[in-house]
Design a protein around this ligand. Structure first.
Ligand SMILES: Nc1ncnc2c1ncn2[C@@H]1O[C@H](COP(=O)(O)OP(=O)(O)OP(=O)(O)O)[C@@H](O)[C@H]1O
Ligand SMILES: [Mg+2]
Length: 514
């Protein structure tokens, strides 16, 4: 902390976005020089304006900005003719009377090019210190010369959080409305739009909004699917991360009561993450088990239940080599995900990328990185990993501390199968109360959830073709014809079960003795 007194910490807007708050903390600590790495200049300007709100006794801090092409100007004011080049800009700051924030855009170039500018900036540190003059350099590349490294606070601008997006959508909506376009700018709608844009930069968010507008000629809740689609495309550009739009609520998952109640508890803890000690904050869950029994479904339900966007990492894509060295791609991807917090991150078929084979090579490095990352990653990321070939996963992966819990998803029990039938009938508009589903328990021994869904679909198709309602007989006759996967893969399934027996928690509530 510097020796500048904290100014009005209580009068800053209570709901500052995290980026504004970060700058506010730097200003409050009295550090005069900050370097922010970001390509979003406009956004940095916005954030500085917000951070400067009530910073000084007489209200908002005056905000000046400088760029090589536009020179120095006060926010919304005229250009200062005397401060057009970099050196003059620094002189201007030096001579400026009274507190202010100075935003220097793309200043890495003059810093790189001129020893004089570097020297002058160093002097500024002294003259700004304790005078409430704050210099903020923004640039898309990190360039902090060695001689001033110690004097400069370096920050990376993370993508906007919900708070900042809400303000942004609000402002955009106002601008759009001014052009005569119909806009629903109610608080609830703005909130929902901002939620849909989470994970994007402001430039990308603006782009997504414009595209959505082009489709609908109106801004409102009906724009949300288009926004999500834009987001999917923007995120998908990286090739290894997909944004998964999901509406699956936890009620769509049949059975798995242990897993579900565990997740409900985690939700509460996750929401309190900023106030909890490190070891209680939920980090993630690993689900393994028999194919088709609801692992992927549960991941989608987690994201929806937590109210967070879901990002799926394609391990096979990372290992394809199409995106460069797999280890480097993996590390980069994990870092990028942190920028997108809060979110649920889904490593699907994690055993395809992180295995115990080749421990000293590329895979070994990825695995080591993953273990550390799981412990140190941003609090706002909840990892959901799914695996089928668990025997390929290294033992350390299962050990507690990396994941909060490891669940084994087995074939559904009798009552769970009934539950799953009910869910899939209802999903297709059939009232399950019309059937005595318990009699299907007999016919569906060793079935997976996916097979139950398939049975419902086939039976319904049959009935529809005959242009009549679904009957009990349709369900039973289809059921009798099914040879469940588990029966043909008996050995493999027994192997998975044995392996999981003392290494994982059962996802189902199992009656004693089974
Ligand atoms: N417990 C369940 N409740 C409701 N539906 C289920 C359940 N399990 C499976 N299903 C149905 O089967 C489909 C396939 O399940 P899901 O994709 O979740 O399986 P998985 O365990 O991820 O399998 P895989 O290992 O092949 O990826 C789901 O989309 C869902 O419709
Ligand atoms: Mg799956």
């Amino acid at each position: 902390m510097g020796n500048v007194a904290m100014n009005h910490p209580d009068t800053a807007p209570a709901t500052q976005g995290r980026a504004a708050k970060m700058f506010r903390d730097i200003f409050d600590s009295g550090r005069p020089l900050t370097f922010v790495r970001s390509s979003e200049e406009q956004r940095v300007g916005r954030i500085l304006r917000e951070a400067g709100h009530n910073l000084f006794d007489n209200g908002a801090a005056p905000l000046w900005s400088w760029s090589l092409t536009e020179g120095m100007r006060r926010d919304g004011g005229k250009v200062e003719p005397e401060a057009s080049n970099a050196r003059e800009a620094l002189d201007f700051i030096d001579a400026h009377k009274g507190p202010a924030i100075f935003h220097l855009k793309d200043f890495h170039e003059p810093l790189r090019a001129s020893a004089e500018v570097r020297r002058r900036l160093r002097d500024l540190y002294q003259t700004c210190l304790d005078r409430r003059k704050f210099v903020v350099i923004s640039s898309p590349v990190r360039f902090v010369p060695e001689e001033i490294e110690r004097d400069v606070a370096f920050v990376e601008l993370r993508p906007p959080d919900l708070r900042e997006l809400i303000d942004f959508v609000h402002d955009e909506a106002k601008q759009i409305a001014a052009t005569g376009t119909s806009v629903d700018s109610s608080q609830a709608t703005v909130y929902q739009l901002a939620r849909a844009l989470q994970g994007l930069t402001l430039d990308e968010a603006r782009h997504a909004m414009r595209r959505a507008m082009a489709a609908h000629k109106r801004l409102g809740t009906e724009s949300i699917p288009a926004l999500l689609e834009e987001k999917r495309l923007l995120i998908g550009r990286s090739g290894v991360v997909d944004f998964v739009a999901t509406e699956t609520d936890i009620g769509q998952v049949g059975g798995l009561e242990n897993l579900k109640s565990w997740l409900m508890e985690r939700k509460r803890l996750f929401e309190l993450r900023d106030t909890l000690s490190e070891d209680i904050v939920p980090k993630g869950v690993l689900m393994m088990g028999i194919p088709g029994c609801g692992k992927s479904l549960s991941v989608k339900a987690v994201a929806a239940h937590f109210g967070l966007p879901l990002y799926r990492i394609d391990m096979i894509e990372i290992f394809s080599g199409r995106h460069g060295q797999p280890a480097a791609t993996f590390v980069q991807t994990c870092k990028m995900l942190e920028e997108m917090a809060p979110a649920v991150v889904w490593f699907d078929e994690i055993e395809m990328g992180i295995t115990s084979a080749d421990a000293s090579g590329e895979q070994g490095r990825i695995f080591a990185f993953f273990l550390t990352w799981m412990q140190e990653k941003a609090r706002g990321l909840f990892v959901a990993a799914t695996a089928n070939r668990i025997d390929l996963l290294p033992a350390e992966m299962i050990r507690k501390g990396r994941f909060d819990e490891v669940f084994f998803v087995d074939l559904p029990l009798g009552n769970e199968r009934v539950d799953i039938f009910r869910i899939h009938l209802r999903r297709r508009g059939v009232d399950p109360a019309k059937f005595d589903l318990s009699e299907l328990v007999e016919f569906t021994k060793d079935w997976t959830g996916a097979e139950i869904e398939q049975c419902v679909i086939s039976a319904l198709t049959k009935a529809r073709l005959k242009e009549r309602e679904l009957t009990r007989e349709d369900l039973v006759s289809v059921a009798m014809g099914v040879v469940p996967l588990a029966r043909t893969m008996k050995e493999q399934i027994n192997h998975i079960r044995q392996w999981a027996f003392d290494r994982a928690m059962r996802a189902s509530l199992r009656p004693v003795g089974r």
